[in-house]
Design a protein around this ligand. Structure first.
Ligand code: NDP
Length: 280
């Protein structure tokens, strides 16, 4: 489809979930989409639809630099960067290896930050551009056993707020996407990490209980579909004046409302009861 407003877009985390459906949707709208992830073998259908596939591991500096260089060689510009890649290393703070904690931040925060650093000079020269960071309601409220994941998403919130102020004079927009529960591989992966880090520790019983609940919820159909987030991201890409934040998906607004309303210890008790005790 010809699109007079075609944009050159890089989206990370496009091998599954939100990134996959968003890469597909943006390509169908006529944008030129570069979709990045480690598991390029999962992106064959995207490629058939005209999406350009890039192998990217956000924990490796060379991989990040090469991804950006590949796009610049072909296009000489990048209009939109969608930092979507991310995962949750769930587990009690006491249990999670510092190496795993560092990897969590490497992917969810430093990889995202490095891509911004490499792409911002290009956008500044263009006099325009848009950075869309996929954060979460987990960037504003904390679930039981989600410590390092929440550290990473709170960091994405602060990073994006700082960047938005800095980019204002250069005509570059910075947007935050804050999904609630979305049915993707995310919850299954977080549950797996929680189970493996809890075994044979004082947190085994509650950790395995929550891992079981998390896994179950993410296999049921009560959560929102990734397409809901895709719709918000597409809006943020295509509209002239994007919102600063798009808070969407299962329970997102309810979570933030109660988090704001409840005293901290009530919130703690609610989380411990919901995820540590109630059998789903
Ligand atoms: P998925 O697990 O389906 O997708 C995560 C993506 O991140 C995959 O494409 C994966 O690709 C990529 N990724 C993971 N590690 C790396 C790495 N080292 N280098 C490059 N890419 C990597 O989950 P979602 O689609 O749900 O997640 C997308 C974003 O949405 C994440 O930032 C997540 O935190 C956020 N989010 C998700 C929610 C949910 O309930 N699902 C709620 C709120 C926010 P590969 O493994 O092939 O590299």
């Amino acid at each position: 489809m010809a699109n007079m407003n075609q944009k050159i877009i890089l989206i990370t985390g496009a091998s599954s979930g939100i990134g996959y459906t968003t890469a597909m949707a943006l390509s169908r709208q006529g944008h030129k989409v570069y979709a990045a992830a480690r598991r390029v073998e999962k992106m064959g259908v995207l490629h058939q639809q005209g999406v350009q596939i890039i192998k990217l591991d956000l924990t490796i500096e060379n991989s990040i630099e090469e991804a950006v260089a590949t796009i610049l060689d072909k296009e000489n510009r990048i209009d939109v960067l969608i930092n979507n890649a991310g995962y949750g290393y769930f587990g009690a703070i006491e249990n999670v290896d510092m190496e795993e904690a560092r990897r969590q931040l490497e992917v969810n925060v430093f990889g995202l930050a490095r891509l911004c650093q490499l792409i911002l000079p290009i956008m500044r020269k263009q006099g325009s551009g848009r950075i869309i960071n996929v954060s979460s309601v987990a960037g504003k409220s904390v679930l039981y056993f989600g410590g390092w994941y929440h550290v990473s998403k709170y960091a994405v919130e602060a990073f994006s707020d700082a960047l938005r102020m800095e980019m204002k004079p250069f005509g570059i927009d910075v947007v935050l996407i804050e999904p609630g529960g979305i049915k993707t591989e995310w919850g299954i992966i977080a549950a797996k990490h929680l189970a493996e880090s809890s075994k044979q520790t004082p947190y085994e019983q509650s950790g395995l209980h929550m891992a079981g609940s998390l896994d179950k919820v993410y296999r049921m159909d009560i959560l929102s579909k990734p397409e809901i987030v895709t719709k918000a991201i597409c809006k943020a890409v295509n509209t002239k004046h994007p919102h600063v934040r798009y808070c969407i998906g299962f329970a997102s607004k309810t979570i933030l409302f109660f988090h704001h309303l409840l005293p901290a210890r009530w919130w703690d008790a609610l989380m411990r009861t919901l995820f540590g005790k109630i059998k789903l």
